[in-house]
Ligand binder design. Structure first.
Ligand code: GLN
Length: 190
């Protein structure tokens, strides 16, 4: 099983390490040919406007949209924005991958100086993660909520797609990656 990490911009190295620390192979994806070689994809945090522009100029938007229709994808922070069906605060012309039936608001947890770490609740199991210029999930009513912070949804799942407002890979959190890897395994035996 090969898990790809979209390596256009953002902290793809940390995601690669997080996946490898759980014993799975993680490879960088920058081209359509590389995307075709992986069973699942992680879209890291960083800056969604940059990821969107680069995906457009690398000819990756359509391939990514098609990939997300059948294969597991995990998007964190900017990656969550890329996977959202509806985005508040997008810049003019910003394009998304979509697929997650949620509404998110860019930078709604505040700017860089409002970054914080917090213990989020995965159904009773708590884990420390980082929120950096993080998007808020405004509407998760059509998705399954997998983690909350003070009652608000901060990680969701819908079919094969997973998304989180936070960065798990910075604090060494593992639950989200474990859940994702489990979903990738299940998708392969289908
Ligand atoms: N606010 C950023 C964006 O709009 C996301 C920040 C992050 O990924 N840490 O893309």
């Amino acid at each position: 099983m090969r898990i790809g990490v979209l390596a256009l911009q953002g902290d793809f190295r940390e995601h690669q390490r997080a996946i490898e620390s759980l014993g799975e192979k993680a490879v960088r994806v920058r081209t359509e040919a590389e995307l075709a070689e992986v069973d699942a994809l992680v879209i890291p945090g960083g800056e969604s406007t940059a990821i969107s522009n680069l995906a457009k100029s690398f000819g990756l938007l359509e391939p990514l949209r098609n990939f997300a229709k059948t294969k597991p994808v995990l998007g964190t922070c900017a990656g969550l924005i890329m996977l959202s069906d509806e985005v508040e605060g997008a810049i003019a012309g910003q394009e998304f991958i979509g697929g997650l039936p949620i509404k998110t608001s860019r930078n709604a947890y505040g700017g860089q100086t409002h970054s914080f770490e917090a213990d989020v609740d995965f159904g009773g199991q708590k884990e420390r993660v980082a929120f950096i210029r993080a998007p808020k999930i405004l509407d998760s009513s059509r998705a399954e909520v997998i983690a909350r912070l003070d009652g608000a949804a901060v990680a969701v799942k819908s079919g094969n797609l997973f998304g989180a407002s936070f960065h798990p890979e910075i604090t060494g959190a593992k639950i989200l990656h474990k859940l994702f890897i489990q979903a990738v395994r299940e998708n392969q035996t289908k």
